[in-house]
Design a protein around this ligand. Sequence first.
Ligand code: DLL
Length: 435
Amino acid sequence: MEHYYQPEIETMPVEQLKALQSERLVKQIKHVYDNVEFYRNRMDEAGIKPEDIHGIEDLHKLPFITKDDLRDQYPYGLLAKPLSDCVRIQSTSGTTGRRVVSFYTQHDLDLWEDCCARAICAAGGTKDDVCHISYGYGLFTGGPGLNGGSHKVGCLTLPMSSGNTDRQLQFMTDLGSTIICCTPSYAAYLAESIHERGLSDQIKLKAGIFGAEAWTEEMRHDIEQSLGIKAYDIYGLTEISGPGVSFECSEQKGMHINEDHFIAEIINPQTGEVLPEGEKGELVFTCLTKEAFPLIRYRTRDICILTRKPCSCGRTHIRMTKPLGRSDDMMVVKGVNVFPSQIETVLLNMGYPANYEIIVDRVKNNDTIEVNAEMTAEMMEDTSVSVAQREKSIVTGLKSMLGIKVDVHVVPPKTIPRSEGKAVRIIDKRNLYQG
Ligand code: DLL
């Protein structure tokens, strides 16, 4: 039986949901126009007044907002409530330029935690579960968001944060963690550590809630097999609140977007044109209920597809595919568009673990691309296949996936640095995107 946190909202008939969105949008636009100079100026420049917005059918009239706008307005330029009404900030881990800071009122935190609670229930979580949270705590939204959601569901919450794998495994075995929340790369690392220490029999995990970075279906399969769990995807971004903007249900066929709080659109990233359902493009969000930091038509740079096809879980909220790339992490190498996930797919299909790095460089105006792929311990031991043969077959696999020649090195297990948060898999030495 499917388990919901807020069944009346999660299964609300679509027409009713759209009416709710329209009503909330009208209020939200008035709120930002009255309280944020930035929005007022942008709307005035576009010749739009709050009275022109009657419902979701008018959304397309409003201007977009981008990450550059957020950086320009740092820190308080987009605040829609007095600072004295805000109780929390969270921030992105951005390494270049100014950070993106998002503000929350107590009400904002409450609704964000509801979204995370929906995700935990969709993964089968109940008050009888022990929810082990290994996303980073602190400015990163992963830990705090899932922590709040776990409390709301009533799980026994283990606020582990990331790092210290020995301690993670000790709590996991001593307290019988049943749900694990972390990045998929850390989940793969935990699985590896559990096997090495011979702890598999002592692990009680049944589900994992993994997100914050791109991961493939092949990686899902590997994690599910090695941990003996069902692995659920969760999506979100700091600017829009954090994890829980959308989440997978038992169907594992796309993530339901919490449409009572966020309107999703897909646009052509080149032209800004809104694309019909089913087409691939850049995901854009409008926050309907956020008070302190309500972004309107925010361009996420995540490329995906939306579908409103009915889902057998009973939820009516629209589904998004896993991000299929980012309009800005796509690398153009030797003139060819390369998504890191394509390389990962090739490696995992050939039995390699998801521990790899991609090094892109430009030598004498020619692009070079190199992939270092870690072998499993079994591959290391298997002397019937030489290193040269292994490299050659990966080169062939990548050539047919990408259409370009990639230099490949297979390396012994554990030589690629592990990550406790998001894995750093691309080293682009060309620095094409400065400033
Ligand atoms: O990563 C929030 C989060 C925490 C989501 C924990 C899920 C779990 P940011 O650091 O602001 O926020 O990064 C947001 O990460 O625009 C996507 O490109 C990527 N991303 C997030 N979730 C997924 C996912 C958090 N499930 C950016 N699959 C987003 C693929 C994801 N990419």
